[in-house]
Write a protein that binds this ligand. Structure first.
Ligand code: DX5
Ligand code: ZN
Length: 222
């Protein structure tokens, strides 16, 4: 089952002084989703941006906003993220005591619900939540920063998760985030990934839109 994966550039690595331009460039590119990293300085050792920026991005974005919440107590903010333009809202397994309630609320708000796991969490722990989510985001680095090295063990996790999906007869998407680039796009797709998130590997190049196109080609095995 190897279709072309979706590419979700992570704007954490964008040039914030030229954000409007960079969004316009990605609007015109082959990028499928815009990945937005929200960090609270507590769940992860970094702070990114919040509602005002997200709303402004939504006003000009022509692709779905894939919002990755690296925050504690996400339940407090689900409605505001929906109102700020999130299309897909992903919470961390480690941050949710009542994960089923959280993902159910996200769906009730009319959004796609995702759950993310840090590198030390086994995909098997997700077994009982999988029927209730639209997406699983496998973190392939410790979240908090762009430009880190892909943790190789993530590949076997992705394969195990893809196997669980098949055995359970489910159709959630598998997304991978952290250290993704042209070098591993194909391997990840073959392992079962549907959505590739890439920040520095896209925005760190001279022509980010061309890199998105190249990543798609590579992921298809061309
Ligand atoms: C990390 C974020 C990622 C980050 C990826 O905590 O969740 O989305 O932007 O950056 P790269 O692709 O540079 O590893
Ligand atoms: Zn992310």
């Amino acid at each position: 089952m190897n279709k072309t994966p979706l590419i979700a550039p992570s704007f954490l690595s964008a040039d914030f002084l030229r954000l409007g331009e960079q969004i316009e460039m990605m609007n015109k590119s082959e990028a499928d989703w815009f990945h937005m990293d929200i960090m609270d300085g507590v769940f992860v050792p970094n702070i990114s941006f919040g509602f005002p920026i997200l709303k402004q991005i939504k006003a000009v974005a022509r692709k779905p906003l894939d919002v990755h919440l690296m925050i504690t107590q996400p339940d407090r903010y689900l409605e505001r993220f929906a109102a700020s333009g999130a299309d897909i809202l992903t919470v961390h397994y480690e941050a949710c005591t009542h994960l089923h309630r959280t993902v159910t609320t996200i769906r009730q708000l009319g959004l796609k619900a995702g759950v993310s796991i840090n590198p030390h969490i086994a995909v098997e722990l997700l077994q009982d939540i999988l029927p209730f989510v639209d997406l699983v985001l496998v973190m392939s680095v410790n979240p908090g920063f762009g430009g880190q090295k892909f943790i190789d063990q993530s590949l076997t996790k992705i394969r195990r998760l893809a196997h669980m999906r098949e055995v359970m007869g489910l159709d959630f998407l598998i997304e991978v985030d952290g250290g993704v680039g042209l070098h591993n796009a194909r391997t990840l797709t073959e392992a079962g990934v549907d959505v590739l998130v890439a920040g520095s590997a896209i925005f760190g190049t001279a022509d980010p839109a061309a890199t998105v196109a190249e990543m798609k080609r590579k992921a298809r095995g061309e």
